[in-house]
Write a protein that binds this ligand. Sequence first.
Ligand code: CA2
Length: 151
Amino acid sequence: MKTALILNGPNLNLLGTREPTVYGSQTLADVEKLCAQACASHGFALDFRQSNHEGQLVDWLHEAGRVHAAGTLAGVILNAGAYTHTSVALFDAIKGTGITLIELHISNVFAREAFRHHSYISPAAKAVMCGFGVNGYAMAVGGLAGMQTGA
Ligand code: CA2
């Protein structure tokens, strides 16, 4: 069984506690349950993580590269939060790993402030999705399933 690694960046631990009009009222624990159901239905093991620290996310992407090389990674779904718009380090970490990575945002970043319109992650991602609310996580797991080739 391959693993879907779902990484969440800064402030996403606050989901459901503030800004419900932008991010909804579900907590990150709720999102993890949603992802667990989606992974179970697609035959993936789930590894779900959150960090407020850029370097931790870089380390986890390196780890994903090693799991990919070992043949047991389905892919990574990354909501890098605000680091999406600032982090060359995350771009560099993804580039060259060979991992299948879906960039995900809960909100429609293009309907928001101009500084959210640019992503350092997108050029290194296989797919990008935004604006579906937290249901986007389950949809991204489905998308990852559709990208699998071979056994
Ligand atoms: O829409 C998304 O998923 C974002 O990645 C969320 C980031 C934001 O910087 C990106 O532009 C778009 C912010 C995550 C902050 O999450 C909070 C959740 C609840 C309360 C406060 C912050």
